[in-house]
Design a binder for this molecule. Structure first.
Ligand SMILES: O=C(O)c1ccccc1NCC(=O)[C@H](O)[C@H](O)COP(=O)(O)O
Length: 269
C-alpha cells in the first residue's frame, strides 16, 4: 500500500466520522453562511497575464520531507505571501500526513484578501460543502486518487458552491481524463505522490498535451527563479510552491525574489 492509498483509507474513515457528526444538510447550511468565494481561477489568470501567477502554499510538514517549518504561524505566513506578491494561497488541512488543520485555512483567509485553495484529499461532495463552510475558494481534485465519476461529482459540487477546482495530474492518462472535465485549471504535479520522485521533466513532457483552453499550474519541486523560467519555457505561467518558500526565514522577500523578472511570453496565462 503506497502513501496515496494510505491517505485515501484514513480520509474515507475521517469523512465518515465527520458526516456522522454533521449530516449533509447541516454542513450545507454552514457552507451557505460562508463569506462569498473570491474567484480563485480569475485571480490566478490575471496575475499570470501580468507576470507569474503564484499559488503560495502554507505547509508545515509533508510525508516526503517530514517537518518543514517549526515556526508555523498560518495568518502571518499568509500575510507574508500576500505582501510578497502571491496571487492565491493553498492551505493544507490534512492533519495525519501534513500536520495541517481546518482552522489554518480559516485563519489564513481571514488574514488576507487572497483566494484560498483547500489542499486536502477529497472524495465526497460532503467534503466540498465542508471546504466552502471553511471559506475555501477552490478545491483540489487528484486524478490519481479518484474515479472519473468522482472527479465529475466533485467538480460539479464545487461549481454549485461557486468555487473553482484545480485538477491535478501526473501522467498522460490522468491528463486525458482531466481534459474530459469542465474545470479550466490543470495542475501538473512534478511529484509522483506514490514514490515522491520529483522532476520538472513531468511538466516538460505533459504541458504540450494540455488543451489550449486550459490554464496550466506547475506544482511541486520549484525552488528558484531559474526553475520558474524553465517551466515558463514550456508555456506555463502559474505555479504552486510550498516547501522552498516555507523554509525561508523571510517569506515575503523569498516570494518577491521568486516572482521577480518573469520570463516574458506572448499570450499570458
Ligand atoms: O509533499 C508531499 O510529500 C506529498 C506527498 C503525498 C501527497 C501529496 C504531497 N504533497 C502535496 C503537494 O502537491 C505539494 O504540497 C505542492 O505541490 C507543493 O509542493 P512543494 O513546493 O514541493 O512543497
Amino acid at each position: 500500500m503506497d502513501i496515496l492509498d494510505k491517505i485515501k483509507a484514513y480520509k474515507l474513515e475521517e469523512v465518515a466520522a465527520r458526516k456522522a457528526e454533521l449530516p449533509l444538510s447541516d454542513i450545507e447550511a454552514r457552507a451557505a453562511q460562508a463569506p462569498a468565494p473570491r474567484g480563485f481561477a480569475a485571480r490566478l489568470t490575471e496575475a499570470a497575464r501580468e507576470g507569474y501567477g503564484l499559488i503560495a502554499e502554507v505547509k508545515k510538514a509533508s510525508p516526503s520531507k517530514g517537518l518543514i517549518r517549526a515556526d508555523f504561524d498560518p495568518p502571518a505566513l499568509a500575510r507574508a505571501y500576500e505582501d510578497g506578491g502571491a496571487a492565491c494561497l493553498s492551505v493544507l488541512t490534512d492533519a495525519p500526513s501534513f500536520q495541517g488543520a481546518d482552522e489554518y485555512l480559516v485563519q489564513a483567509r481571514e488574514a488576507t484578501s487572497l483566494p484560498v485553495l483547500r489542499k486536502d484529499f477529497l472524495y465526497d461532495p460532503w467534503q466540498v460543502a465542508e471546504s466552502r463552510s471553511l471559506g475555501a475558494d477552490c478545491i483540489l481534485i487528484i486524478m490519481a486518487s479518484v474515479s472519473d465519476a468522482q472527479a465529475r461529482e466533485l467538480e460539479d459540487a464545487a461549481a454549485a458552491w461557486g468555487m473553482d477546482a484545480l485538477i491535478e495530474v501526473h501522467d498522460r492518462a490522468e491528463l486525458e481524463r482531466a481534459a474530459e472535465l469542465n474545470s479550466k485549471m490543470i495542475g501538473i504535479n512534478n511529484r509522483d505522490l506514490r514514490t515522491f520522485e520529483t522532476s520538472l521533466d513531468v511538466t516538460r513532457k505533459l504541458a504540450k498535451h494540455v488543451p489550449v483552453d486550459r490554464m496550466i499550474v506547475a506544482e511541486s519541486g520549484l525552488s528558484t527563479p531559474a526553475d520558474l523560467a524553465e517551466v515558463a519555457r514550456y508555456g506555463v505561467r502559474s505555479f504552486l510552491i510550498g516547501e522552498s518558500l516555507m523554509r525561508q526565514e523571510d517569506v515575503t522577500a523569498a516570494t518577491r525574489t521568486i516572482l521577480a523578472n518573469p520570463l516574458t511570453a506572448p499570450g499570458g496565462a
